[in-house]
Design a protein around this ligand. Structure first.
Ligand code: ROI
Length: 171
């Protein structure tokens, strides 16, 4: 496989969401045949779907990978499982959601995978992190993420303060 740009959305609203996302970013960065190009800020956002659940923490990462879309999907689902993900309620709370948002300029419509992610144009908590990563990013049909961001519903997106770095020097 050639090296391909892939964009992954991260979301959590259970069990210390910020820590869930930070761990997931490290796990994505250590996938085989994959490098982490950049990670977005993390944002809090009001839930889309049932409102009787905690706010979410959302972010996104830009990967370069030799994994195929389905190999990458398998890896994302493995990481979700390791974070104790249970698929109980549709649109309910979750410890970790990893969505393959975009894979190169590919359009994929299969039983397991739809790329670009079908809800991407409607979600500020996906579009804003993507803008952080690549300000001129566009969908395969040419629509820019920046244009979509201007027209999408408001979920009260708020940037979270950057995570503290490990102390240096140690001790
Ligand atoms: N709402 C927000 N704000 N962020 C998410 O990541 C998210 N993920 C979901 C549902 C439950 C649809 N709502 C969300 O899967």
């Amino acid at each position: 496989m050639p090296v391909t740009d892939a964009f992954i959305g991260l979301g959590s609203n259970l069990a210390d969401p910020t820590a869930q996302l930070a761990r997931a970013v490290a796990e994505l960065a250590s996938l085989p045949d994959t490098t982490l190009v950049a990670q977005s800020a993390f944002y809090s956002s009001h839930p889309v779907g049932p409102q009787d659940q905690p706010d979410f923490v959302n972010g996104a990462v830009w990967l370069q990978t030799r994994l195929s879309p389905l190999q990458l999907l398998d890896r994302l689902q493995q990481i979700e499982q390791h974070h104790g993900r249970e698929r109980k309620q549709r649109w309910g709370p979750r410890t970790l959601d990893l969505d393959l948002l975009m894979y190169d300029d590919d359009t994929i419509s299969s039983e397991r995978l739809t790329v670009p992610h079908p809800e991407l144009p409607n979600r500020d908590f996906v579009l804003q992190p993507l803008l952080d990563l690549k300000a001129d990013l566009a969908l395969p049909d040419g629509q820019t993420i920046a244009q979509l961001r201007q027209h999408c519903p408001d979920n009260n997106l708020r940037p979270l303060p950057p995570l503290p770095r490990e102390p240096f020097p140690p001790g």
